[in-house]
Design a protein around this ligand. Structure first.
Ligand SMILES: NC(=O)c1ccc[n+]([C@@H]2O[C@H](COP(=O)([O-])OP(=O)(O)OC[C@H]3O[C@@H](n4cnc5c(N)ncnc54)[C@H](OP(=O)(O)O)[C@@H]3O)[C@@H](O)[C@H]2O)c1
Length: 231
């Protein structure tokens, strides 16, 4: 499959490696430009490109930038993206550690609903629930007893099925977590977040989730601090 990845940091580079291992054609972009991606490209065979090239002509586009960088993406980035292209959002909102206050999320919207509004495009929410460093070592063949499951939310059932098949193909079970309006069930602070549960564990965690944003996942007047010293 032709996959574009916007953001080649922790999560974007881990996904680049897994997608390439599974034989996909991968185009990668970041904010500093293709030259800065030479090393990852040499290692994986992914093609470094502009942000626009990582989106245009792809079958799947993964957005892997920090939440507070979503508004810095080009305004019309997805304006001509065909409806059948699957756009996957990996974003998590870390107000105290990194992102600062994002009003559209603080007012109660699920994080990926805010992303959809900013991008002007429906997304599938996936890969947000696992540590980037667990992706490569955690990949297992289908049927393995210790296979990790990932929650996948989205409104378009066809796009969601495609994302779930992609996830299965790189070594993880995929669990349908419902619509984007319910994707608070897999956000930071939810019972399954960063837990590496199996299918049953993810289903249970999604069912037990609470829609109320907990204080530690809300901004304060001093936000953002740092990961070492959240504020
Ligand atoms: N880290 C994890 O374990 C993990 C796991 C699941 C989900 N997530 C979520 O995934 C997202 C990315 O996290 P991360 O840890 O991978 O972040 P990261 O390591 O800081 O990498 C961010 C990437 O986004 C790029 N970027 C920033 N602004 C951009 C722009 N305007 N256009 C194009 N590229 C841009 C950066 O490019 P430059 O370096 O060139 O600026 C960098 O390649 C976050 O929302 C995070 O919460 C992270």
């Amino acid at each position: 499959m032709k996959i574009g990845i916007v953001g080649a940091g922790n999560i974007g580079s881990a996904l680049t490696r897994l997608f390439r291992t599974a034989g996909h054609e991968v185009t990668i972009a970041n904010s500093r430009g293709p030259e800065s991606l030479a090393e990852l490209s040499a290692e994986t065979g992914a093609r470094p490109a502009s942000i626009e090239d990582a989106v245009h002509g792809q079958e799947v586009v993964v957005v892997a930038v920090p939440a507070n960088r979503i508004p810095t993406l080009p305004r019309e980035l997805f304006a001509s993206t065909p409806a059948d292209v699957v756009v996957i959002d990996t974003t998590n909102y870390y107000p105290r550690q990194r992102d600062g206050r994002l009003e559209g999320i603080e007012d109660g919207r699920p994080e990926s609903e805010w992303v959809e509004r900013r991008l002007g495009r429906a997304v599938i929410k996936a890969f947000n629930t696992i540590e980037a460093t667990h992706l490569q070592p955690g990949a297992r063949p289908a049927g393995a007893a210790d296979r990790i499951a990932l929650a996948v939310a989205g409104d378009d059932t066809r796009a969601k099925s495609k994302a779930m098949a992609l996830i299965d193909g790189i070594g993880f079970d995929a669990v349908d977590a419902g619509a984007i309006a319910e994707s608070w069930r897999q956000q930071p602070g939810s019972p399954g977040y960063l837990k590496d549960f199996d299918v049953e564990g993810v289903r249970r965690a999604l069912a037990e989730a609470n829609p109320e944003r907990q204080p530690e996942w809300r901004a304060t007047p001093n936000s953002p601090g740092t990961y070492e010293s959240p504020a």
